[in-house]
Design a protein around this ligand. Structure first.
Ligand SMILES: [Zn+2]
Length: 407
C-alpha cells in the first residue's frame, strides 16, 4: 500500500495525479512567497530579514537560540488567539528556554497529519496505548488521541509512569503501543508476552539495533516517526516498507545542509535537517536548523511513492562529545553498538573526565556480560571503558537519551 502520507500530500496540495518531485517543488515555492510576505508583515524577527525570492537558499537560517532569546518576536498572531504554548529547554544554552506557540488551526493541522500517519500502522477498531506525553488539553498525547479517534481507533494516554511494571500494566490489550525507543525495548524484554501488533517509536533518536530487538521479541511491525514541537510535532513517518520517512510536504519544506558551511548537501549526503513551515499560523519558521543529522533518499520507495524521503536520523549535533585526539562520541554510536547485543535490555552511559584519561562508565541491564573486547574495538582507542551490571529502568528517569558528563 502506498504511504497514506503521499495520498495526503497529493490531496492537500491539489496536485493529485500530477504529484511528482518537480510539481511538488513548484507548489512549495509558490507557498514560500506567501510565507515570506506573511512572516515579514506579522513578526518582529523576520520583519526586515527577508526578501522576495524563489530560491530558498538565499534566505537566512533561524536557529533555536533565536527563539530562546525572544520567542515573542516570532509570534504572528495576537496572544489572545494562541491555543497552546510549549516550553522547551534549548540545547546549547543553560538558562534560556524556547517557547513555541500554536493557534487552533495549527493544532488542527497536527491532528490531521497524525491521523494520516497513524493510519499506516493501526486499523479501525483497534486500541492504542500512548506511553508518551500527558493528558492535559492540547498535549501531544491529547492531539494524538484525537487523531486516532478520527480513524476509529480508541486510545489511552498513560500519563505519569515511573516504572516499567506500570507501563506493562497500562499496555495490556493494546494493539499499537506508542512510546520512546529505549523504553519500548526495555518493556519488550520485561514482558515478551504483551505482543502488540504494531509499535510506533517516537520522541527520541531511534537506533536500528533497537528496532531489530523489539521486532525480535514482540514479532510485531515497528514504525518510526520524526517530529519536532517547533513544527507541530509531526514531521515525517515511515511506511510498511521501513525505508525512510515520508515527509509532511504539504506543510513543511525540508532541506539538508552541510552543518559547517551551511550550503545544501548533495542528494544522499548526510547533513543537518533544516525545515521551513509553510502553514504555521502562530509561529512561522524559515530555514530552522534542527540540529538533527540525516540524508535524503530519492530512490522510489517500495510502497510506490516517488517523492524524496528522509533517511533515519543519524544523530544530534549537540550530542557529540569530544573525547580527545579530535574524536567524538555520541549516545547514538553507543546505542547502535550496545543494543545490538540481544541480551541487553537497557543501559546508561556517562563520561568521567580526569586529568589523564576520559573514562566511559556503562551501567548495563543485561542477561549476561557484554562482550567487552569486540565492543572496545568499536570505540575510539583514546577512551577507557568501565562496565557494571545493574537494573536500569528507563521509565524511572524519562528523558531523551544522552551521555551524562561526570567530573
Ligand atoms: Zn513508502
Amino acid at each position: 500500500m502506498i504511504s497514506p502520507v503521499e495520498t495526503w500530500v497529493a490531496e492537500r496540495t491539489g496536485l493529485r495525479d500530477n504529484l511528482n518531485p518537480e510539481t511538488l517543488k513548484k507548489w512549495q515555492l509558490g507557498k514560500l512567497s506567501a510565507l515570506i510576505q506573511y512572516a515579514c508583515e506579522n513578526t518582529k524577527f523576520y520583519h526586515e530579514k527577508l526578501h522576495s525570492t524563489s530560491d530558498i537558499t538565499e534566505l537566512p537560517f533561524t536557529s533555536p537560540s533565536d527563539i530562546a532569546a525572544d520567542p515573542f518576536a516570532f509570534l504572528a498572531i495576537p496572544q489572545s488567539l494562541v491555543a497552546r504554548v510549549t516550553t522547551l529547554a534549548n540545547s546549547g544554552t543553560t538558562h534560556l528556554k524556547k517557547r513555541i506557540f500554536f493557534s487552533k488551526a495549527d493544532l488542527e493541522r497536527t491532528i490531521d497529519f497524525f491521523a494520516v500517519g497513524m493510519s499506516t500502522m493501526v486499523r479501525k477498531g483497534e486500541k492504542s496505548q500512548i506511553l508518551i506525553s500527558n493528558r492535559t488539553e492540547n498535549s501531544l498525547g491529547s492531539l494524538l488521541k484525537e487523531s486516532l479517534l478520527r480513524i476509529g481507533v480508541t486510545s489511552e494516554i498513560s500519563g505519569t509512569i515511573k516504572s516499567v511494571n506500570a507501563a506493562i500494566e497500562a499496555s495490556k490489550g493494546g494493539d499499537c503501543l506508542i512510546g520512546m525507543p529505549a523504553e519500548m525495548l526495555y518493556m519488550s524484554h520485561k514482558a515478551p508476552e504483551l505482543r502488540p501488533r504494531s509499535v510506533l517509536l517516537a520522541a527520541d533518536y531511534i537506533p536500528q539495533s533497537l528496532i531489530n530487538g523489539i521486532k525480535e521479541t514482540w514479532k510485531c511491525d515497528v514504525f518510526t516517526h520524526y517530529g519536532h514541537s517547533e513544527f507541530g510535532f509531526g514531521c515525517a513517518v515511515d511506511c510498511d516498507q521501513h525505508n525512510g520517512y515520508h515527509l509532511r510536504d504539504a506543510d513543511l519544506i525540508f532541506e539538508i545542509i552541510d552543518f559547517k558551511t551551511g550550503k545544501s548537501a548533495k542528494i544522499g549526503e548526510s547533513g543537518e535537517i533544516v525545515i521551513t513551515t509553510l502553514s504555521n499560523e502562530a509561529m512561522p519558521l524559515i530555514r530552522y536548523r534542527t540540529g538533527n543529522i540525516s540524508r535524503f533518499i530519492n530512490t522510489p520507495c517500495g510502497c510506490g511513492s516517488l517523492l524524496p524521503r528522509l533517511g533515519s536520523i543519524e544523530g544530534r549535533i549537540s550530542s557529540y562529545i569530544p573525547i580527545g585526539e579530535g574524536k567524538v562520541l555520541s549516545i547514538h554510536q553507543l546505542d547502535e553498538i550496545i543494543f545490538a547485543d540481544p541480551n541487553v535490555r537497557s543501559f546508561d552511559a556517562s563520561i568521567k573526565n580526569d586529568k589523564v584519561m576520559k573514562t566511559l562508565l556503562l551501567t548495563v541491564d543485561s542477561n549476561g556480560s557484554i562482550d567487552l573486547d569486540s565492543f572496545s574495538d568499536k570505540l575510539p582507542k583514546s577512551i577507557n571503558v568501565e562496565v557494571k551490571y545493574d537494573k536500569v529502568d528507563p521509565f524511572s528517569h524519562r528523558a531523551k537519551r544522552r551521555i551524562n558528563i561526570v567530573s
